[in-house]
Design a binder for this molecule. Structure first.
Ligand code: PLP
Length: 443
């Protein structure tokens, strides 16, 4: 029977998953797939967790829904307190939404509102980065730079966003250039962009703390965000860190900025917050921003029907309690180090592997046609797709997130590896063995 679901590729339905259990997904064809990318770097606790199910049922029995602009709930209060406390009070208010994209949209409107409160009305522009991904709605898509995702919508995207180079050492750092010199060059590029836009017209610089989807996981080089923060501060602009993918423990600390020595003004989170059990995202506001907003008389005109949904909040709180109780951030660091070490050992010598990079349990492999010239591997031939699902012996079945990523302005071939925070060393070895052994001879 023809499917009525509109899939991204319009026509062909992907493989149907009939059950999720622990770290595995069971397909309709009887394959048992190890969920090595936690869906889309989401399922931090794996699947079918009885404690989360119990928390959801308990919330449904108490209060299934209330409209946050009219009423609050204990669940919303508790998850927001947890989040602000997790930042040591640096972020002092939280706006709960239902996805990462919505959090990004809210951050852009909030940045504008901050400057309206300050009476700085000419501030209407945003500076973002090339090779970034912030979501697919019009505002978030305008800040991202994935050419394929933007292509046909380009004429309807906001024109108030400009883009500078990302921190992407594999391709961006010049031969012989130190990290410090590279960072200084990127800071100069951002400074120049402020000057060309008019420094008093820029609301914010927005960046992923650790790049995810578009680049296949790229952590910043040391000092990068401190230097970007300095440029923003010099011009009174806000720093928005998009931690939809890299935050909530994925890279080893609850917030990825905690490893960068900077505090953002606005921060977006989503995936690891509800770990896939519920749709939830959030915008977190620095106390400095809250202080300015509180002085003003204006509401944040951004109410949404499912804002602060009690069931989503209760599930997210249960997820975060398990992450803390079971010491899962330590496991993310431990298994992440093993994953990086094994990927390097097994794959760095492969003729198609250009770069292996990552942090915590977020790793990327960039495939190239030629290791010396770094010519990107053609995205249409996607090595990642050969590893993901198809044509494999059942014992090696694994689910990964294949590219295309954007490499040097063109589609390139990358894969993203982001297993649940609960993986063991044996699981990590299984993932690396699969990536290393299954496709040998096929690419
Ligand atoms: N921002 C970043 C950094 C992301 O990685 C994503 C999704 O991958 C988004 C925003 C969009 O989030 P969502 O798909 O939950 O709307």
């Amino acid at each position: 029977m023809a499917s009525s679901v509109l899939y991204s590729n319009i026509g062909n339905p992907p493989t149907q998953i009939i059950k999720g259990e622990g770290h595995y997904l069971l397909t309709e064809d009887g394959l048992k797939l190890f969920d090595a990318t936690s869906g889309a770097a989401v399922a931090a606790l794996g699947h079918n967790n009885p404690e989360i199910k119990a928390a959801i049922v308990e919330q449904l029995e108490t209060l299934d829904y209330c409209y946050l602009p009219f009423f609050t709930s204990a669940a919303a209060e508790k998850i927001c307190s947890f989040l602000t406390e997790s930042t040591g009070g640096e972020m002092s208010k939280v706006f709960i939404v239902s996805s990462g994209t919505e959090a990004v949209e809210a951050s852009l409107k909030m940045a504008r509102q901050y400057f309206v409160e300050l009476g700085q009305l000419p501030r209407t522009k945003f500076i973002a980065r090339k090779q970034s991904y912030h979501g697919n709605t019009l505002g978030s898509l305008a800040t991202g730079f994935h050419k394929g995702r933007r292509a046909i919508y380009e004429p309807i995207l906001a024109a108030n966003v400009s883009h500078v180079s990302p921190c992407y050492a594999y391709r961006g750092c010049k031969s012989g250039e130190s990290d410090e010199e590279y960072v200084n060059r990127l800071a100069k590029e951002l400074e120049d962009e402020f000057q060309s836009q008019g420094p008093d017209t820029v609301c914010a610089f927005i960046a992923e703390t650790v790049s995810g989807t578009t680049l296949g996981c790229v952590p910043p080089v040391p000092g990068y965000f401190k230097a970007m923060r300095e440029v923003c501060d010099r011009h009174g602009a806000l720093l928005i860190l998009d931690e939809v993918m890299s935050g909530m423990g994925r890279t080893g600390t609850l917030h990825a900025w905690q490893q960068e020595g900077v505090v953002p003004d606005l921060q977006t989170i989503a995936k690891g917050l509800g770990a896939g059990f519920v749709p939830i995202g959030a915008l977190m506001l620095n106390k400095r921003v809250v202080e300015v907003l509180s002085r003003g008389s204006k509401a944040f005109v951004h109410s949404q029907t499912y804002q602060g949904h009690p069931v989503a909040c209760a599930a997210a709180l249960a997820v975060q309690n398990i992450v803390a109780r079971d010491g899962l951030l330590d496991n993310v660091k431990l298994q992440g180090e093993l994953l990086g070490k094994l990927l390097q050992e097994r794959l760095s010598g492969h003729k198609r592997v250009g770069d292996i990079r990552g942090r915590g349990l977020l790793w990327g492999i960039e495939f190239v046609k030629d290791k010396t010239t770094k010519e990107p591997f053609p995205a249409q031939e996607q090595i990642g797709q050969k590893i993901h699902l198809k044509g494999l012996e059942p014992k090696y079945s694994i689910s990964l997130m294949p590219g295309p990523g954007i490499v040097d302005g063109k589609d390139g071939d990358i894969i993203l590896i982001a297993p649940p925070y609960t993986v063991s060393s044996a699981d990590v070895k299984h993932i690396v063995n699969t990536i290393a052994e299954v496709p040998s001879g096929r690419y």
